[in-house]
Design a protein around this ligand. Sequence first.
Ligand SMILES: [Zn+2]
Length: 261
Amino acid sequence: MRKFGFKLFSTNLRTAPSLIRECVDAAQAATDLFIEVMVMPETTPDDLRELKPLFKDVEIRLHAPHHTLGFDVGDPQLEKHNRQTFETVRTAADLFGSKTIVVHPGCGHGREALNETVRQLKLLDDPRIVVENLPVIDDGDGKELLGGTAEEIRFIRAETGYGFCMDFSHAVCAAATLGRDPIKHLESFYALTPTVYHLCDGELNRNCDSHRHYGDGDFPLGYFLKNLTAPDAYITMETGRGIQNQNDLWMKDYAFLKALL
Ligand SMILES: [Zn+2]
């Protein structure tokens, strides 16, 4: 059975506790919902212990911080900081029983940067890590990112032994930048047998990770779901830009995807 995930941030503990409650209640009432939590760098082990009972028995999956949050495994200067940040994520995974931790490859371009990303990912040393494919260029800050092609993800996986999280929108962005066909680009990633997926709507021919709600873009979502996700996929609904305050639009998104299957 495919499962669908709400995307929460660990800081929702203070900013939107009612959103946590709404998501937990919805997930408890269904058999195919889970919650992916982005562990923000400012979160402390005490915060995590406070969060744990709020999640009740809902399945939790985790995401480590992004480069925009100061975590970048492509930057040798940040090695110590990255490792410290990851310790909180590891603690969260232990506490919540998360089977996977999504980690982004680092910023940069080329073989040297790729080797640095592999070196630091290995140092994090956690079998729960699933590496996510990224756009080639971040549409927000213009930075070059690793993991824009299946070749780079295949290399990272071969070197580290970690799993793979396939982000549809990131792959579409990368295809636009590289001048490749977006569907073929997605198929090249799907061949790497992802177990975890990130899905939003967007525009097929643009490098713009717009996190649109389903139906607000031109992604062939039914085709994506049926042909490019495994039957036991964990699919996080990455819809709505930034941090949300209530989950009514996510419930609509969940119903939208279910109707496509
Ligand atoms: Zn991500």
